[in-house]
Write a protein that binds this ligand. Sequence first.
Ligand SMILES: Nc1ncnc2c1ncn2[C@@H]1O[C@H](COP(=O)(O)OP(=O)(O)OP(=O)(O)O)[C@@H](O)[C@H]1O
Length: 286
Amino acid sequence: MTPLTATAVGKRYGRRWAVRDCTFSLPEGKVVALVGPNGAGKSTLLRMAAGLVRPTTGELRAFDTPVRGRIHPDVSFLAQDRPLHGHLTVREMIRLVAALNDRWSTDRVEEMLALQAGVDRDATIRTLSAGTRTQVAIALALGRLPRLLLLDEPLSDLDPLARDETLRIIMAEVADRGTTVVMSSHLLADLREVCDHMLLIDDGQVQIDGDIDDVLARHRILVGPAADETAVQGALVSATRTPRQTTMLVRDPQPTPHGWTGTEPDLESLVMGYLRAARDRSARRD
Ligand SMILES: Nc1ncnc2c1ncn2[C@@H]1O[C@H](COP(=O)(O)OP(=O)(O)OP(=O)(O)O)[C@@H](O)[C@H]1O
């Protein structure tokens, strides 16, 4: 069953569209990187998928059920602001969330917390660091035993060790339970380690939706003489230039022209190329 499909989904706040005409279908049991520049609409899309925000147009379906104002029982969502009750202890918070969910595994939460260094069950939530709060929130999200896990910037306030622990937990979750994970992040090097699929959105619209290896294989970074740009055939995504040399990210390129070098991009340079194109488009509009 498809974990999440979007059909012509849009969300308008006042006169501005945060998300526009998004159509995609996510593969099951994969880790999906949701990437895009600040303000692209990533959080809005995730909040709509979790049933917290209603689309203005179109429809989202989780496991073939329309998402209408409530979270699907098989879906867990980690919001960017990590909504936990600051006055409760970790232990009390676990009990509270357990009482609110029909399907729940405290063992699962404990198992996750045990993998993360330094989470004191008797500490009051408000005294925890932002990173530890994130780890607690992820463990609580897994306690619902989701088949689809939506994580909004799960790595943003974690130190490198905690990031590594969290990524391991996510990978184990996918391997053990076949959970589909959607993870928004700006930390592209980390995403490459765990993600199979990417959804790149810019200005509320899907720019890339595909298996990461396939997407990378369809692109080339071409470096060559600035005076000879017309030799390059293919869809230009973006370019940077010095007086003598041009570096281009090109989709579906023809064979590399004489005098140019062509290499497959890594995830970071691919996304950077698309972000640069997005910034240039937005600068032209202003
Ligand atoms: N509740 C809201 N009311 C009005 N505008 C909103 C609201 N939520 C989001 N927006 C606007 O919608 C657009 C998309 O925002 P969103 O937070 O979804 O982007 P994002 O890709 O998650 O950004 P970031 O990477 O900075 O977290 C932005 O222009 C934002 O200002």
